[in-house]
Write a protein that binds this ligand. Sequence first.
Ligand code: RTP
Ligand code: MG
Length: 148
Amino acid sequence: MERSFIMIKPDGVQRNLVGEIIRRFETKGFTLVGLKLMAVPRELAEKHYDVHKDRPFFSGLVEFITSSPVIAMVWEGEGVVTSARKIIGATNPLSAELGTIRGDYGVSVGRNLIHGSDAIETAQREIKLWFSEEELTSWEPSIKSWLY
Ligand code: RTP
Ligand code: MG
């Protein structure tokens, strides 16, 4: 089953948007298979944003991501990579549509609340980078046997 790596950045945690952000993925219908609050080691931040290492914003981005804890998550479901990008919205919150996380709550491109993998291959790379196998749990709902 397809998986995506989703991270609530330090601004999302500090603005108390963790519950609201998780709710959007839950109510869409995706399955949470990994979740942790963590301080990000510099080396991990640099590897994660490796593709942007020559961009002028790279050092500021690494500085920001390592500045206070993030919520790292893996969500599972058909089409989750593309769908998560839609739920998150455009990189610049001022261009992001209302109804998306960045469009509703974001204020600037450098503080855009959340990261989502941009392709299936990127998701596989990022999940390996952020989680060990043991930290991820695939599960099937048993709710039908719990309710009448
Ligand atoms: P992300 O990787 O965080 O999910 O965001 P994204 O795909 O929408 O955007 P990307 O192009 O991958 O850029 C990564 C992050 O770098 C910061 N950024 N700052 N001009 C700037 O100052 C600038 N451009 C990009 C943003 O925080 C963006 O999310
Ligand atoms: Mg990106």
